[in-house]
Design a binder for this molecule. Structure first.
Ligand code: SF4
Length: 470
């Protein structure tokens, strides 16, 4: 009997990966994904704790599905992800219409849990964190689901760091690395199906392999993945400065597919705040890492995360953050105002920076980052850049059709096409040489001067309605 499952994913790429795991374990139960909750027999929310008041927001969102149960008494509603891991059974008490709560490590048990809920009429919560490698099952991602020539490959889960503001270690557990052979096999499958760019994912990929005994740490994993024939581009995220070794940085000089883009979260430029955040490095040590990366890869694009208004952050601390941003110079910056996450060390601190002041500091950070980004993007004016074409641009309209892609340095490049005809859609997955004609605050626009002729397999074009038959 065919059933339908509606999964709503919140949060980061790890949650997106978990949604893939959910859909894969449900496949043998004949669950087909649907975009329409009213059609579903099973509604699952894959929750995230990163946002402020995550639980309240989840509960109010969840409430919108409750009336569907009146029309479909067989409908089951479940919550997975980080809020589920943190709250467990408490969620069942708060929402009477909720049938099921499961943590990220309990996704493999989902079919059995659903079966028990249906057959025994019980409401269940399972949020056991697996601490041993054997207790956790990685799954391979589905190739090219979204029709792009880029794919994510999760290489590890969990985090052994203990940052005071972060809930990840509590809700995702200790680090577990996917065996290198499995990572390479997954990348190979992707590349054979037409993918040209791979993003390796984990909470702190730099510490990959320390929980294993096969001697493959992150630099060696990069060696193996970069050697997959046909892989053009390789990226990774996220990195912790503490684990960003010379051995890793040196790979940028030797591994051709490794793209000239590095995301290295700093969070603050004040040693006092960094210590309270328990980040494990000083501002000077971070700057030394950034300088070393730039020495090995001149011209690399650099990005970071900043939190402003952390408990106890003074104006002088904030000025030090601005100095660090000014010194390192970022091409992209992701900024946040601090808000406490229940269960974290920082939640015990007094949240003493007033909200308007946090907002002001964030605004100042964004203005500085904007100036840096604009200055860097301006250097691309009239340059010819190589772009891996990903598909129609978000700004594309019937009157002004546009395609988009990225440079190796992760800059978004849009370029107009005569019409969104099948001929242009064939460009998806090709390398285009694009001359930049206009620089916008967050991207650039240009004209194609050359498009690669390739005979590479691009079966995903079928998903766009394009035949690749000769
Ligand atoms: S390294 Fe990242 S994921 Fe790990 S605790 Fe710190 S902020 Fe959280």
């Amino acid at each position: 009997m065919q059933r339908f499952v509606y999964v709503q994913t919140f949060g980061c790429q790890m949650n997106a990966y978990d949604t893939e795991r959910i859909l894969q374990v449900l496949e043998p139960l004949s669950y087909t994904p649907t975009d329409d909750p009213a059609q579903a027999d099973l509604i699952l929310l894959n929750s995230c704790t990163v946002r402020d008041r995550a639980e309240q927001k989840l509960m109010s969102y969840l409430g919108t599905f409750a009336p569907l149960k009146q029309h479909n008494p067989d409908l089951l509603i479940g919550v997975g992800g980080c809020v589920a891991q943190q709250e467990g059974e408490a969620l069942l008490k708060k929402a009477k219409y909720l049938d099921l709560v499961f943590g990220p490590d309990n996704i493999p048990s989902l079919p059995a849990l659903i079966d028990r809920v249906r057959s025994e009429g019980q409401r269940l919560s399972e949020t056991v964190l697996h601490k041993k490698k054997d207790g956790y099952e990685f799954v391979a991602g589905k190739p090219l689901e979204d029709g792009k020539p880029v794919a994510n490959v999760t290489v590890m889960k969990g985090c052994n760091k203990n940052c005071a503001f972060c809930i990840v270690p509590q809700v995702r557990g200790r680090e577990l690395s996917k065996p290198a052979d499995d990572v390479v096999a997954e990348v190979t499958r992707f590349v054979e199906s037409g993918v040209r760019e791979i993003l390796l994912l984990g909470q702190n990929v730099n510490s990959y392999g320390h929980d294993r005994s096969d001697g493959v740490l992150f630099p060696q994993l990069l060696d193996r993945v970069a050697a997959v024939p046909g892989l053009d581009r390789l990226r990774f995220t996220t990195s912790h400065p503490w684990d960003c070794t010379d051995e890793l940085i040196d790979r940028f000089a030797t591994l051709e597919p490794l793209c000239e883009y590095f995301h290295l979260p700093v969070q603050s430029g004040s040693d006092r705040v960094l210590e309270r955040m328990r980040r494990g490095y000083t501002a000077a040590e971070y700057i030394e890492r950034a300088d070393r990366i730039r020495a090995v890869v001149p011209g690399i694009y650099f990005s970071t995360d900043i939190i402003v208004g952390f408990p106890g952050e003074t104006e002088a601390d904030f000025e030090e953050t601005l100095s660090l941003i000014d010194r390192v110079k970022y091409d992209f910056l992701f900024g946040f105002t601090y808000s406490p996450r229940p269960g974290t060390k920082a939640a015990q601190y007094e949240d003493d920076v007033p909200e308007p002041e946090k907002a002001r500091r964030l605004q100042v950070v964004f203005e500085l980052a904007d100036r840096q980004r604009r200055a860097r993007l301006a250097t691309l004016q009239d340059q010819v850049v190589e772009v891996l074409v990903e598909g129609p641009s978000r700004a594309s309209t019937a009157l002004k059709p546009q395609m988009m892609g990225r440079t190796r340095t992760n800059v978004i490049v849009n370029f107009p096409v005569g019409s969104m005809a099948l001929g242009q859609l064939r460009w998806v997955g090709q390398m285009a040489q694009v001359k930049v004609t206009r620089v916008s605050p967050h991207s650039v626009t240009g004209e194609v001067v050359q498009i690669e002729e390739t005979t590479r397999p691009r079966p995903f074009l079928a998903g766009l309605g394009v035949s690749t038959a000769a």
